[in-house]
Design a protein around this ligand. Structure first.
Ligand code: BMA
Length: 327
């Protein structure tokens, strides 16, 4: 008997999922989710996890593993805690870190959401070892989040993908800076669709952009508001290599969404929310680390070249909306 045809599985869940939960933590925590990720020089994987305590506030904590799936060594105490005395924008916690290794600086840039009285804003800290951090403070005022730095300058400037929310909605933008501190020349990269689409109303960057020979591969999340809450799913787009505000292709169907019990149920059910990826030594194997239902951490694996092939078959060029730039 032949089964019904199904959509291709582009990101394969690990059979060990969820790979990290609050029960793995060496100190009392409520939930661990939405980790940034990077592959260290020795080939091991570092996750910078969002950890929520029983006040409801989040800090960041590293977990390291040789194979990126098991035997995690977790810092004995928070790695980066909110510092509201010096950074009032961190009053209610720091969340959802995205890690980029910046060749030019020989440092990792950790871009995270700082939650203060004004709402969520975008903040950055630089580090060489994930033990000491140099905070740069707030880069973009609230309401802004889902941000990551590109690993190289574009036309002489650093570039930051981010997701401001205002009267026009919640779309993905890019801003530029010569010094990492002052950001401007804002351009829209990807607009939320409308109506019944899976990515209507809100879109945001998920992990940092993935450099490929054809451009920047973007895994983004789309949020669909339903009568029983929000559904967070992932889609793909390809941005021009030297002009990342130009979207070359955008996929139509989503490629990954909450299906398993650990993604369906939790503090915020129906959420699959990646903030980090690592590449295998072949430069093609892609490990996407995601928060499941705002409760635990999971990983799914795919192939960059296969994702690009899928985009060729399932994507279409987009045209920039008329109101797509702002100083
Ligand atoms: C988003 C972010 C994420 C969270 C998700 C689902 O807006 O705040 O941190 O995982 O909502 O609750």
């Amino acid at each position: 008997m032949r089964g019904a045809p199904t959509y291709p599985v582009l990101l394969q869940r690990s059979r060990f999922n969820p790979i990290l939960t609050a029960a793995d933590w060496p100190y009392p925590v409520h939930a661990v989710f939405n980790p940034g990720a990077t592959r260290l020089k020795d080939g091991s994987t570092l996750l910078l996890c969002r950890v929520e305590d029983r006040r409801g506030l989040s800090h960041l904590c590293t977990a390291r593993s040789r194979d990126g799936v098991s035997d995690w060594i977790i810092d004995a105490k928070p790695t980066l805690s909110p510092d509201p005395d010096r950074y009032p924008e961190e009053l209610w916690g720091i969340e959802d870190p995205r890690i980029t290794f910046v060749e030019e600086l020989q440092k990792y840039a950790v871009v995270y959401t700082a939650v203060g009285r004004g709402g969520p804003g975008v903040a950055m800290a630089l580090t060489e070892d994930f033990r000491t951090f140099e905070r740069l403070g707030l880069l973009l005022q609230a309401d802004d989040k889902d941000a990551a730095l590109l690993p190289r300058r574009i036309d002489g400037n650093y570039a930051l993908i981010h997701r401001p929310t205002d009267d026009s909605g919640a779309h993905i933008w890019i801003s530029y800076s010569s010094d990492l501190r002052t950001w401007g020349r804002r351009r829209m990269v990807l607009e939320a669709r409308q109506g019944a689409w899976w990515d209507a109303k809100e879109v945001g960057l998920s992990p940092p952009l993935i450099p490929t020979p054809r451009g920047w591969l973007m895994i983004y999340h789309g949020v669909r508001h339903t009568t029983s809450g929000c559904l967070y799913r992932l889609g793909l787009a390809l941005l021009a290599p030297d002009e990342p505000e130009r979207c070359l292709l955008r996929g139509e169907p989503w490629i990954f969404g909450p299906e398993t019990p650990y993604e369906r149920f939790g503090d915020a059910g129906n959420v699959a929310f990646p903030c980090g990826y690592t590449l295998g030594s072949d430069g093609d194997r892609l490990n996407v680390y995601y928060g499941a239902a705002d409760t635990s951490i999971a990983v799914a694996t795919g192939s960059v070249s296969e994702l690009l092939r899928w985009l060729d078959q399932n994507g279409s060029p987009t045209t920039a909306p008329a109101s797509s730039s702002r100083k």
